[in-house]
Design a protein around this ligand. Sequence first.
Ligand code: KG4
Ligand code: ZN
Length: 359
Amino acid sequence: MVKKLLVLGIESSCDETGVALVACEAASGSPEVPRLLAHALYSQIEMHQAFGGVVPELASRDHIRRVLPLAQEVLDGAHCTLQDIDVVAYTRGPGLAGALLVGAGVACALGAALARPVLGVHHLEGHLLSPFLSADPPQFPFVALLVSGGHTQLMRVDGVGRYALLGESIDDAAGEAFDKSAKLMGLDYPGGPLLARMAEEGNPKAYALPRPLLHSGNLDFSFAGLKTAVLVQSQKMVAAGGVNQFEALPRVQQCDLAASTQAAIVDVLVKKSMTALKETGLTRLVVAGGVGANRHLRAELNAACAKRQIRVHYPELHLCTDNGAMIALAAGMRLQSGQQEASMAYAFDVKPRWPLDTL
Ligand code: KG4
Ligand code: ZN
């Protein structure tokens, strides 16, 4: 029987503490995808909402409070003990320095106490590989559209650790465009999912908003101008409506602006993804990161891909946003592919800024 490795993964790069346990085959080069045994997540969103965004110091302190109880919950859920863990993985970056240090410190302390190796994982590699835990896992090579709160990137992915950047946002990320537009509409942080919910009731053609860099001829994105256009449009609507704030407008108008904003973001993401597939000649698309949960984006990508006989893969909805499962998975896949060995050194550093294509 092939020996299984149990990998504990810890995610703490931003405002979610995630812990998970995956089982993977120890043999290097094994084609079997690691299997998720249990995962647990604590979202700090409520705590940060009062401040309209993530407060880094509060995030770090809360990760300290949550991480060990979550680890215990995961071990209990998988009917395992600490002694069963073979490798401890953590998010090494990119992210908030203090928050990353909590996960890294706990992982290395656990590793040292159990005499088990540890492995630092790239957060975006976790997102990018997360569809491998879905019921319909992809196969290499593929184009990846990474759309999170901090990043918007198109990558060519030829295998684990073989990532070539095709294009990225030169300013705001897609998630940021959702969140900043939502804030202008009076929605709580993070407004992306709330704006998406309002958009379902609205008319996406109600207001003409810019599609930045749509015809730029390259695969880069720019979303900063969209937020300004949303601001100008909302101010016009407030003035025309004779009210003192956007939230006082009739709901149908609010939903129309939400739908128009979402359509502008989604149009650009879909168009550039199709261009990336055409330019690379690849026939698979993988979508990952928090914005990958957006239903309109999924529907539009599905339609565009169906027309071109492209297979499109997503993570399970609950694994789109930050979680520990993707970190344990990425660690397991790196070990299996022989890309990296876990270390018994327990000296750690974190990388708040860390381009994925330098891995
Ligand atoms: O990947 P993620 O959890 O964290 C980062 O690594 O940044 O992504 C969070 C981002 C936030 O900007 C959030 O508003 C956005 O993903 N998001 C959505 C939806 N769900 C999450 N944006 C639009 N529609 C959604 N349904
Ligand atoms: Zn993320």
